[in-house]
Design a protein around this ligand. Structure first.
Ligand code: 3UK
Length: 516
């Protein structure tokens, strides 16, 4: 398919954009001029939204946001489940020059209170399902807030004509929050250009997404991975996205695959493991799927093999990040190696550096640095974190990698203590702090531990106030305490009781000594 007018890519995959434009035009409005008005942009179990309906609702949303008093540059915090209105809010804001910020919807009130304050957002829109966490978070805040239902009645009243607010390719466009091992989530600020780059370089040039594809991402839209899979790649190519607001399980995902017959399916390793287990007892029809994609954490080679055996389809593992926006090293249909992350996506430059920031000899491990045209510009309000992570046009990924003899990149772990659980960040420090809040616990350390599918989950090593009182009932109580206090996926799946924790001379827990 031809690139949208005014947009080009050079022979070395560098993007060319107009000096002034609005990225909602090539992703949304363009399809009216290309005869796709009647085509399905979104399908859910209860509705189909055509490209014409999408363009109209995006305009109404932009106008409704302006009518509520939002000004260009203001932030809109949208805590919204996977449904068509996610598209309306995200693109309506962008078209009106407002900056959408869609956080993880699995978080707790204190996380949202922090994001509301940190972003200084002018408006919070939230699906009513999340009221229990959002409404307490709004108590101290000057931001306006509306439930999604209330907002949708505003858009019904708004005009369906909206001039796009022009911006430069490098101007702030949307943010995504990313978490660190210590400290608060960081708002990664992405530019107008970034979704064009990921959609064309990974979506079109690696996966070969075309107008004829139907994409279904089990990974949610708030995750940069799901945002590309389930929204920007389909819109860039004028194809169809399938949305489901339920929690993805083997049951719901296979049901969607059989019903909507997607050609592309996107998951994370934890879900593929559960799907594989479910396939043992009930075969399912995946014949529509031409490729499966995995990201978020490394996909074990054995899972690749078992999936291929059971479904006939390959799973293309690729590493992406919130900062890079989407996958920057990936396997492809005509060039893959199970157990590796593949090779750099065209247009992305990856380097493995030693502790002096010099390239390692090929085959040795080191820190992975990345040069990306889709990289976030900076972290909001966090100049030190920005300076550590974004250095002279390069991104420090925080990952350790090596290359095999044929140039495939092999993941070797994080250089900090952060864990990926079900593809989502999990800070050991946050879980430790939660455990220490339980009356029986004196100290705790949390490390990653591989489950039976070789996927990492949090394990707690606990020192009790009353030595020797650890038992199964207390373990259950500690797990319940964490589930109640933290985002539910963060609870420790194992608890081990020890008399003391290994520490450095300065009293820092030596988590590496506890990993097993
Ligand atoms: C880890 C992987 C091994 C790695 C993401 C695809 O995961 C995404 O973004 P996040 O900001 O996390 C980034 C970090 O996650 N990771 C991601 N994928 C892999 N490790 N193999 C993989 N295939 O530590 C990385 O630094 O949550 C994934 C697209 C967009 C994304 N934002």
């Amino acid at each position: 398919m031809a690139l949208p007018s005014g947009i080009s890519f050079s022979a070395d995959h560098k993007v060319g954009l107009p000096a002034q434009f609005n990225v909602a035009v090539p992703f949304i409005d363009r399809h009216m001029g290309e005869d796709r008005g009647a085509k399905a942009a979104i399908r859910t179990a209860s509705e189909t939204v055509t490209y014409a309906e999408l363009a109209e609702r995006v305009n109404r949303t932009g106008n409704a946001l302006l009518a509520l008093g939002l000004k260009p540059g203001n932030r809109l915090l949208m805590v919204v489940k996977d449904c068509p209105a996610f598209f309306y809010l995200f693109w309506g804001a962008i078209k009106a020059g407002i900056v959408p910020v869609p956080p993880n919807t699995l978080l707790r009130a204190p996380d949202y209170a922090y994001m509301i304050e940190d972003s200084g957002c002018a408006l919070v829109v939230y699906s009513p399902e999340f009221a229990g966490e959002i409404e307490p978070a709004l108590k101290q805040s000057p931001a306006q807030a509306l439930t999604l239902d209330a907002f949708l009645s505003e858009i019904a009243k708004a005009s369906d004509v909206l001039e796009p607010r022009l911006a430069a390719p490098g101007d702030d466009c949307f943010w995504l929050y990313s978490s660190g091992s210590t400290g608060r989530p960081k708002g990664a600020v992405h530019a107008q250009r970034d979704m064009v780059v990921t959609s064309e370089l990974y979506g079109v040039r690696v996966l070969g997404v075309t107008e004829n594809d139907i994409s279904y991402s089990a990974a949610k839209l708030f995750f940069a991975y799901g945002q590309g899979n389930g929204m920007t790649f389909p819109l860039w190519t004028g194809s169809t996205a399938v949305l489901d607001d339920r929690r993805p399980t083997p049951g719901t995902t296979f049901e969607n695959i059989e019903r909507f017959k997607p050609t592309l399916y996107y998951g994370v390793p934890t879900l593929y493991a559960a799907q594989l287990a479910a396939l043992e007892s009930k075969p399912r029809d995946l014949s529509s799927v031409r490729a499966c994609v995995s990201a978020g954490e490394a996909l074990p080679a054995d899972m690749f093999r078992r999936w291929k055996e059971k479904t006939g389809t390959v799973i293309l593992d690729g590493i992406g990040s919130t900062e890079a926006l989407h996958i920057f090293i990936g396997n492809r249909l005509d060039d893959f190696r199970p157990g590796t992350s593949g090779k750099p996506v065209p247009g992305y430059e990856a380097r493995i550096l030693d502790e002096n920031r010099r390239p390692v000899t090929k085959g040795e491990s080191g820190a992975l640095w990345l040069r990306a045209e889709s990289a976030a510009k900076y972290y909001w309000n966090k100049p030190e974190k920005t300076a550590e992570t974004m250095v002279e046009g390069w991104l420090n990924t925080g990952d350790t990698y090596r290359q095999d003899e044929d140039g495939y990149f092999i993941y070797e772990g994080r250089s900090d203590d952060m864990l990926k659980v079900g593809g989502i960040w999990c800070s050991p420090v946050e879980i430790e702090n939660c455990l220490v809040g339980h009356p029986a616990v004196l100290e705790a350390a949390v490390v990653g531990h591989a489950d039976e599918a070789e996927l990492i989950k949090p394990k707690a090593i606990v020192v009790l106030k009353q030595a020797g009182s650890g038992n199964a009932a207390l373990t259950d109580a500690l797990m319940a305490h964490c589930k109640k206090t933290l985002a539910p996926y963060k609870y420790p799946r194992w608890v081990e009781y020890v008399p003391e924790l290994p520490k450095t001379a300065t009293g820092k827990i030596q988590r590496f000594k506890l990993r097993s």
